[in-house]
Design a protein around this ligand. Structure first.
Ligand code: 5GP
Length: 132
């Protein structure tokens, strides 16, 4: 079981932002900016482009709903989307609230936010997601 499967199953704690039967969204533990969120399929697939066409469609729509929720609570110009998957072998989309293109540079130093602030950000995203 991948670390992200354990997170989606609730076996490892995470700051949950959105969830349904098929997908799970949670804050990146080392965010590039406040509100940096990861979206995963519950089905364990390493490489995103090994998902079926139908899964990819539903995954992207779910990620769009999460991105709208992020944008409504985190001041930003747009929410950027990126897929790397070089570190964790479980497909995931990064959603990153951007002020400018430099916010998408994965070589940037990562933030360390207090647990209380992470929980507050996740709660606000979840509330906005569930209102849609
Ligand atoms: P990638 O695989 O896309 O190169 O990077 C994996 C991302 O997952 C990184 O941004 C990293 O901070 C995040 N990450 C790795 N392990 C965990 C974890 O246990 N919990 C959370 N919330 N994020 C993680």
């Amino acid at each position: 079981m991948s670390i992200f499967s354990k997170i989606a199953a609730g076996e490892i704690p995470s700051y949950c932002c959105a969830s349904n039967d098929e997908f799970y969204a949670f804050l990146d533990i080392n965010p590039m900016v406040k509100g940096h969120t990861l979206v995963i399929p519950r089905r364990e697939v390493d490489y995103i482009f090994d998902l079926t066409d139908e899964e990819l469609g539903r995954f992207q729509v779910f990620a769009a709903h999460v991105a709208r929720a992020i944008k409504s609570v985190i001041p930003c110009v747009k929410v950027g989307e990126a897929v790397l998957g070089l570190e964790v072998p479980h497909a995931h989309i990064h959603l990153i609230p951007m002020q400018n293109e430099r916010d998408m540079l994965f070589s940037n130093p990562k933030l360390q936010l207090p647990a209380e602030e992470m929980q507050n950000i996740a709660n606000r995203i979840k509330e906005a997601f569930e209102k849609q």
